[in-house]
Design a protein around this ligand. Structure first.
Ligand SMILES: *Cc1c(COP(=O)(O)O)cnc(C)c1O
Length: 372
C-alpha cells in the first residue's frame, strides 16, 4: 500500500463497481479438479453454433495483428439484413453493457433524471450514477399470488417528467425474467415525450417464444426516440467474446459513434459473431433445450412450495420467502453456483440460470439439503 489516495471526478467518487456475484476463477480453482455447476451468470451451456468454433480454429493470423474494422461493417450488414433495417441504424458494442453506459454518457448530464424500474438490470443505475444523473426508480408490480414482480409500465410512463433525459427498460427483464407485450410497449411509448430516448434492453430476446412479445425493433419506424439493445452473450452463446449492438434512429447511432471507442469490438469477435448469425437451426435447438430445462427446474423448485417467477429467459428467479443467503451457501458448498439477489433488494430470492443437464441435475439433487 502506497498510501496514495486517488481523487476520482464528481460522479465517479460515489460509484460502486458492477457486482459480478462471485469471483468465479477463484471458485473454480478451489473446486478443481471437480467442476462447478455454474448457474449464476445466464450463459448458454450449449455455446455457439459449431461453425463458430471451426472458424475460430482456422482464423487467419491477420485477424490478430491487424486492427479490426472500426465500423464493424460486415457484422452490421448481416444484422441489418436480419432485422430489416439500414446498417446506419446499428452500433456495435463491447457487449451491450458498454452500449448502455454509452447511451447514458451521450444523452444524460449531471442532475438529469434517468427513469427505470425497481428490479431493473443492474447496469441501469450504474450508467445513471456514472454520469452524475438522478435515478428515478419506479416500484415494480408487487408479487401477489401468482403475479410476479413485473414492470409497472403505467407508473414508469408517469415517472418520465420534464427532468427525464433517458428511460431504461429490459424486456424480458433480468433478474425477474418477466416481460411485456409489443402492444403494451407501444402504449407506453405513445405517452412519453418523443424527445426522451427510451432504451429497450432485449438481451434475452432470443429466448422469447410468445409472438405477442415480439421485439421493440418492430416499433422503431413509429418511435424514432426508441433504441433497442441486444447481445451475442446469451442466446448466441458468445459471452466471452463481448459483442452487443444497439438499433435505433441513424441520428442516435451517429451520436453514439462520437463517443464509442473506435476499435471497441475486436476482430475475432466481429468475425465469429457474424458466423453465429448464420445458423438459425442452432438457435432453435438452444431455445428448445432452454424451454425444456427451464420447465424442469421450475417444476422441481415449485414442487417444494417455492415461488418461481414465470420466465421467458434462460434463468428463473426463485423466492424462498426467507433469507436466501444460507440456501445459496449450502448450494455453493456442493459446487453449485447461483446468483445472490441482495444487491437488487431481493434478499429472499436467488437467480438460477438454466445450465447443462448435469448442472441442473446437481442443483435439484442438492435442493432439499439447501433448504434444510
Ligand atoms: C446479460 C445482460 C446484458 C449484457 O450483456 P453483454 O454481455 O454486455 O452484452 C444486458 N442486459 C441484460 C438485461 C442482461 O441480462
Amino acid at each position: 500500500m502506497s498510501g496514495f489516495a486517488p481523487r476520482p471526478t464528481g460522479p465517479v467518487a460515489a460509484l460502486k463497481a458492477y457486482d459480478p456475484g462471485h469471483d468465479l476463477p477463484a471458485l473454480r480453482a478451489r473446486a478443481a479438479p471437480a467442476a462447478l455447476a455454474e448457474l449464476g451468470s445466464n450463459e448458454n451451456p450449449l455455446g455457439p453454433p459449431p461453425a463458430v468454433l471451426d472458424a475460430l480454429h482456422r482464423l487467419p493470423v491477420a485477424e490478430v495483428f491487424r486492427y479490426p474494422d472500426p465500423l464493424g461493417l460486415a457484422l452490421r450488414r448481416s444484422l441489418a439484413a436480419r432485422l430489416d433495417v439500414d446498417p446506419s441504424m446499428i452500433a456495435l458494442g463491447n457487449g451491450s453493457h458498454e452500449l448502455l453506459m454509452l447511451l447514458a454518457q451521450c444523452f444524460v448530464a449531471p442532475g438529469d433524471e434517468v427513469v427505470f424500474s425497481e428490479f431493473g438490470f443492474a447496469v441501469f443505475p450504474i450508467g445513471t450514477a456514472a454520469v452524475g444523473a438522478t435515478p428515478v426508480r419506479v416500484p415494480a408490480l408487487p408479487r401477489a399470488g401468482d403475479a410476479p414482480r413485473g414492470h409497472d409500465l403505467a407508473a414508469l410512463a408517469a415517472a418520465v417528467g420534464p427532468g427525464a433525459r433517458l428511460v431504461f427498460v429490459a424486456n424480458p427483464n433480468n433478474p425477474t425474467g418477466t416481460w411485456f407485450t409489443r402492444d403494451a410497449l407501444r402504449e407506453f411509448l405513445r405517452t412519453i415525450d418523443p424527445r426522451v430516448p427510451v432504451v429497450v434492453d432485449e438481451a434475452y430476446h432470443e429466448y422469447v417464444d410468445d409472438p405477442a412479445v415480439g421485439s421493440a425493433v418492430e416499433l422503431l419506424a413509429a418511435f424514432p426516440n426508441l433504441v433497442v439493445t441486444r447481445t451475442f452473450s446469451k442466446g448466441y452463446g458468445l459471452a466471452g467474446l463481448r459483442v452487443g449492438y444497439a438499433v435505433g434512429d441513424p441520428a442516435t447511432i451517429d451520436v453514439l459513434n462520437r463517443l464509442r471507442e473506435s476499435f471497441n469490438v475486436n476482430a475475432v469477435a466481429l468475425e465469429l459473431a457474424r458466423i453465429a448469425l448464420d445458423d438459425p437451426g442452432h438457435l432453435e435447438r438452444v431455445r428448445a433445450f432452454n424451454r425444456d430445462q427451464r420447465a424442469r427446474l421450475a417444476a422441481g423448485l415449485a414442487a417444494r412450495g417455492l415461488f418461481v417467477h414465470p420466465s421467458m429467459t434462460n434463468f428463473v428467479l426463485v423466492d424462498f420467502d426467507r433469507p436466501a443467503a444460507p440456501i445459496e451457501a449450502r448450494w455453493l458448498a456442493r459446487g453449485v453456483v447461483v446468483r445472490p439477489m441482495g444487491g437488487y433488494g431481493l434478499p429472499t430470492c436467488l437467480r438460477i440460470s438454466v445450465g447443462a443437464v448435469a448442472e441442473n441435475d446437481r442443483l435439484l439433487a442438492h435442493l432439499d439439503e439447501a433448504l434444510s
